[in-house]
Structures are given as C-alpha cells and as structure tokens.
Design a protein around this ligand. Structure first.
Ligand code: ADP
Ligand code: PAZ
Ligand code: K
Length: 258
C-alpha cells in the first residue's frame, strides 16, 4: 500500500492510498528537525486510533521544505523498508516536462497539483493553491506545467500586519459582514478577505487574457473553501487535489520505470 506525504511550509499531510481510495489523512505541523522516530510515533498512534491495519510498501514525498526530506527518507527506510519516490528529484519521472526557464526549481507541490488537476480535468487549467503562499499554476493543453504566479498566503498577509504594526492584533481570517470595518479586527479581515477576492479574480483574468482564451480554474487548500462559499471564484474546489496528484505521479513512475 502507498503512503503519500505532502509537506508544505506550514503543514505536513500523510495519506494512505489503497489503490482506489484514501483510507485516512493525518496532519501535523512542518518541522525540519522532526526525526524519523518522531514521525513514526505520531503516525503509528493515529493509524492505531483509526483502527487501520495496513502494510505500507511504497512511499511518495512532495516537500516544499528541502530539509525535511532527509528525515522522511530515513522514516520510509527504517519503518517500511522502502526507498521513497521524491517529487522534483531526477529519478522521479513526471507525466509531462515543465516548460519554464532553464535552471528553475519549481515547487514540487506545484508539479503535483498540475499532474492531479490534468488527470481529473484535462489541460488548459489554472490551479490555485491556498497554502503558506498562494500559488497559481498554468497547466497546458498537454498537461505540462507552464508557469504561474506566487502571491503571499492569506494567513501570511494577516500575520505580516500583526508583526509589523504594534497596534494590530493577531486575527483569524473570516469574511466580515461589511466591507467597511467598524473595529480593528473587521478592518483587517476586510482588507485581507476582499483584497484576496480581488487578487484571485484579477490574476485569473490576466492569465486568461494573456492566453487569449477561457480556462477552467481549480482551487485547493483549506482556505479555498472560505472564498468559494462566498464568491464563486473557481469552477471547482478539490481538497484532495495534491494527494491525488501524488498518486498520479506514483502510478506513472510504476508504469514507466523498468
Ligand atoms: N481548513 C482550514 N481552515 C482555516 N485555515 C486553514 C485551513 N487549512 C489550512 N489553513 C491555514 O492555511 C494556511 C496554509 O495551510 P496549508 O494549506 O496547510 O499550507 P502549506 O501547504 O503551505 O503547509 C495555514 O496558516 C493554515 O493554518
Ligand atoms: C511557492 C511555494 C513556497 C508554495 O509552498 P506552500 O505554500 O505550499 O508551502 C513553493 O511551491 C516553493 O517553494 N516553490 C519554489 C519556487 C517555484 O515554485 O517557482
Ligand atoms: K501546498
């Protein structure tokens, strides 16, 4: 059975894939110093809690934090006796070659989102991922990653206000009832919520205009739901898109590696 690991700058997510469906999804915060033993203690406690008894024989990893990969490799080797497939490494094949400037190190999460979205929807897409950063990935007709946009994440924007301004508190994102805030918290929420609605609309419109055609917009990442409920910014919202992309890349490598 396959263990898929998506490590972002904020959270690390593990999902067990039985070939047809995900049996469970486990989430922890990302720490580069977490050891292989610590991963296993956390993982085995939760798997036992959910009553899942599986034999993991394969591991695939996508990590936007290069330093965590070492401990995750040790984890896979020590506890499952396998060598993980690491997206972005030369030995991990991609279904389509990215079309970007030479020597560009594309975030592996973006390559994985591209593969997952193409598998579900075909080409000519914009994938929006609301993570630590908000990324827009342009997927070509043949499913290749063709570039995109990196913007500061929703929580990062709120946190930046708090960090830089002595009188601004820590605030959680929410859609404020009115655009004109009547206290500090609603003023900050309004700035980030409506600023983001504008950012997403404008960037998608500009991408379509640069391509001179309509494109399907697929969103992922926990905070996408907040925007989708309120503003219908996307054609689809898929929480499991990155995990799905990991299974697609894993299958492609199995089928194409001698
Ligand atoms: N369902 C959710 N509701 C509210 N905040 C969320 C949700 N999912 C993630 N977040 C927040 O969104 C930010 C990005 O999280 P995540 O998507 O896990 O990022 P990354 O993939 O970069 O690790 C974090 O600040 C996280 O706490
Ligand atoms: C843009 C990102 C920081 C997003 O990471 P995340 O928000 O998922 O943690 C990551 O994809 C990354 O480090 N990219 C490298 C540069 C690039 O994609 O061009
Ligand atoms: K991500």
């Amino acid at each position: 059975m396959l263990l898929a690991i998506d490590c972002g700058n904020t959270n690390t997510v593990f999902s067990i894939w039985d070939g047809e469906k995900f049996l469970c999804t486990l989430r922890t915060s990302t720490h580069h110093a977490r050891t292989a033993d610590a991963y296993f203690t956390w993982y085995s406690t939760l798997v036992k809690h959910y009553g899942i008894e599986v034999d993991i024989t394969e591991v695939i990893i996508s990590s936007t934090v290069p330093r965590v990969v070492f401990n995750l490799r040790v984890f896979a080797d020590r506890f499952f006796g396998c060598r993980p497939l690491v997206v972005g490494k030369p030995e991990c094949l991609l279904p389509q070659q990215p079309r970007v400037d030479a020597d560009t190190q594309i975030g592996p999460d973006r390559l994985v989102n591209t593969a997952g979205a193409y598998d579900r929807h075909g080409g000519n897409l914009i994938v929006v991922d609301f993570g630590t950063a908000t990324t827009f990935d342009v997927v070509g007709d043949d499913g290749a990653y063709e570039g995109g946009v990196i913007a500061p994440g929703v929580n990062l924007s709120l946190e930046a206000l708090h960090m830089a301004a002595a009188a601004l508190p820590h605030v959680d994102i929410a859609k404020p009832e009115h655009v004109i805030g009547t206290n500090t918290v609603t003023c900050m929420q309004s700035g980030v919520f409506w600023g983001y609605v504008g950012l997403v609309r404008e960037i998608c419109a500009q991408i379509k205009s640069e391509r001179d055609r309509d494109m399907m917009i697929v969103a992922t990442g926990g905070l996408a739901a907040l925007f989708q409920q309120n503003e219908a910014l996307f054609d689809a919202y898929e929480e499991d898109l990155t995990m799905h992309g990991l299974t697609v890349i894993h299958r492609y490598n199995k089928e194409n590696t001698p």
